[in-house]
Design a protein around this ligand. Sequence first.
Ligand code: SF4
Length: 360
Amino acid sequence: MRIDNMLALVKDTARDVPGVYRMTSAEGEVIYVGKSKALRTRLLSYFRAQYPRDKGARILREAATLEWEPLPSEFAALLRELRLIKQLRPRYNVAMKRDARYHAFVRVSRPPAPRFQVVRGAGTDETGTYYGPFRGAIQLEEALRELNDALGLRDCALATPMFFADQPDLIDLPSRTPGCIRHEIGRCLGPCIGAVREQEYDDAFRAARGFLEGAHDAPVALLRSRMEASSEALDFERAAQFRDKIQRLEALREQFARLRFALESLSFAYTVPGVNGDDRVYVVRRGCVRLEAPAPRTAAERRAIDARIVEELEAGSRGPRTVPGHEVDEVILVAGWFRKFPKEMDRTVALAPAHASRSA
Ligand code: SF4
């Protein structure tokens, strides 16, 4: 489709309603996906791009076809855009960082010697394990540093080679990792220099995960047992170090609780008025839209939606406390939407056990 033809098509048929659009190259590759609450106005703006180096002008020059899909609301368009981008990965779309600066996650790296990393979105690691979202990446990084120090977890580059004490092939074991003194000053168990068995490191890491989840006090219990063992061995200096770490962890517990965004608060049925009465209800559980359906108009339709909500509640109660990588961007989108439009919370009804009794 020539640019003139695309312009004529937009002028003739596009309406100012919410929706998504996509541009496809002559080879059939979707090169860009966008959304707008006023499709016609947005699409026409591409044809007014003033400078050839403008991103819009460059996309348009490469595009052979331009298609759009009207949707009932801006929220519907935002959601569809995200899902299309994740599915098609158009090369002109940058990562979905729109609201990421407000919401940080903690990513769990893979073994051996897993470590925590503060990230602002899932990036390309859609299969990873994430905690969050948390408010304030900088404070979160500081709190994590304390947690790492208290439990002796590593915070070095992921590619750093690991050598566990129980590893059979400890050849060429470095006596010290260049540039890092954390083990020497008692802040890392030293999985890079064979100073710790793999199981011991994993126990410390598991304790830290429980602490992050707010699930239990295992890190404190672990440190307390180490403190007592040090006391019994008359190593009072080491026992005092453990006592200090316990105190820091207890302070940290409060800090994580403040930073932790109440993901459970993003669990509700959200009714969104749509264009021409096309109202939709979105069942959101832990920040992800699990169901989209026309808003019920009859008692029977309401019962059907309620039954789905009950299913979601039951699925949620079995789910883990982590956020799967493929849901991170959607959690950020939903949290960002209600952060930007807090009045929209008035249209939500919490997913509560009451739904179960109502639909029974
Ligand atoms: S002591 Fe070794 S494992 Fe620990 S942070 Fe430093 S380089 Fe990483």
